[in-house]
Design a protein around this ligand. Structure first.
Ligand code: 3PG
Length: 387
């Protein structure tokens, strides 16, 4: 980072410079200067401090704020501590919002979402003004414990993991970061299609996606990109979205709008699912809908497992030995599906649609910037709850 001092341009050492000299990750440098949640061995901390001294490194305002007891505290909840998303958020705050002075960063992780998360989240929530999450749950209990909480940013598209009613009742702003990880998810959807067309890369003859009919179920940020990439592969692309009734929106992309979800499923060889999980959509992709699909069709789900009626899916896969189901979010009954339907079903071992370096950085930057803009300018463009 270059900065002007007394009219002269000088190089100001960054956290990355210190990390390089001390042979540690940038996150470790943060932990040393910000009392990070992870314990750093004393000899490592000493190495980091020595490197910082040598480079005349001045910790950013976050660290300074910590010492001066400034106001805002931020909690970040990530699926596991090795997830680079945390340091991406930190970098975003350091480079784009250093002047805002978050006093402490709390980070929590959970290995077993069902058991640990609420306890960990409650602990974090108790002390913070803002929380950034990915798919981790912010339950009513967490909200209840969060006496200072003013804003939750879901670094991603779906916000079904936040108890909106509980947040709204306390006038806690909930935001998402739409579009930031869409490309990653869209690329995975296309990859999964090809993977299934080639029989999960087992020896034998597969098929091509070129010339096939692709149905986009919900024409949002991800759906639009899947449509565009599908067209790149020479697919004939259809779309259905009950919230976008203006045909021009589809037609300008060379996409054919259809009038109902039933029409989409009956027409298309591939249906790529992009609907959120809401009370209306849960289990809405059911036996009746799936039975309408043409011979040899494949359902590609990179959205949410909850939108699939799993019993209905199992039934239709048993009756129709030509159908395939591929998903980035394993079904609750995935083990049974795998056993029964072998090469016709596949679930990624762990949800990975948004797990790219690029998506991590995009979503982290957006989440950090949205929080800062909210506190400094009252900006609420991406707020998803109202009161
Ligand atoms: C989203 O809603 O943005 C995606 O499902 C990504 O979720 P993740 O943050 O859990 O990877």
């Amino acid at each position: 980072m270059m900065e002007m001092r007394h009219g002269k341009e000088t190089h100001r050492a960054t956290r990355a410079d210190v990390a390089q000299l001390a042979h540690v990750s940038t996150a470790v440098v943060s932990y040393v200067f910000n009392n990070g949640p992870r314990n750093v061995a004393p000899e490592t901390a000493a190495k980091v401090r020595a490197a910082a001294k040598k480079l005349n490194y001045r910790p950013n305002s976050m660290a300074r704020a910590l010492r001066t007891g400034s106001s805002k505290t931020l909690g970040i909840i990530v699926p596991d501590l090795s997830n680079p998303f945390f340091s991406d958020v930190y970098n975003a705050l350091e480079t784009n919002a250093a002047q805002e002075g978050y006093s402490t960063l709390f980070m929590a992780s959970h290995q077993d979402p069902n058991k640990e998360l609420d306890r960990v989240s409650r602990l974090i929530a108790r002390d913070v003004d803002a929380i950034i999450i990915r798919s981790d749950k912010i339950t009513a209990e967490v909200i209840e414990a969060a006496k200072n909480l003013k804003i939750v940013v879901r670094a991603g598209a779906g916000y079904d993991n936040v108890d909106l009613a509980a947040a709204t009742a306390r006038k806690i702003v909930v935001m998402n970061t739409p579009g930031q990880n869409s490309n990653a998810v869209a690329e995975l959807a296309i990859g999964l299609m090809i993977f299934m067309a080639r029989n999960k890369f087992t020896p034998g003859t597969g098929t091509e996606i070129h010339g096939k009919r692709l149905g986009i179920h919900a024409y949002g940020n991800v759906g639009k990109l899947v449509a565009r990439y599908g067209k790149g592969f020479g697919m004939e692309v259809y779309a259905y979205d009950p919230f976008i009734t203006d045909k021009a929106v589809y037609e300008k992309d060379g996409v054919i709008p259809v009038g109902s979800v039933e029409e989409l499923y009956s027409k298309c060889d591939y249906v790529s699912v992009h609907i959120p999980a809401t009370e209306q959509t849960k289990k809405s992709i059911n036996y009746d809908l799936l039975s309408k699909m043409p011979k040899g069709a494949t359902i590609v789900n990179t959205a949410r497992k909850e939108v699939i009626d799993e019993e209905g899916l199992a039934k239709v896969l048993a009756e129709r030995t030509d159908l395939k189901y591929v998903t980035d979010i394993a079904a609750d009954m995935q083990v049974v599906l795998n056993e029964k339907f072998g090469n016709r079903v596949f679930a990624t071992p762990k949800k990975m649609g948004a797990e790219t370096q690029e998506a991590n950085v995009n979503a982290a930057l957006a989440a950090a910037n949205q929080i800062v803009a909210f506190f400094t300018k009252g900006e609420n463009r991406f707020q998803v709850n109202k009161w």
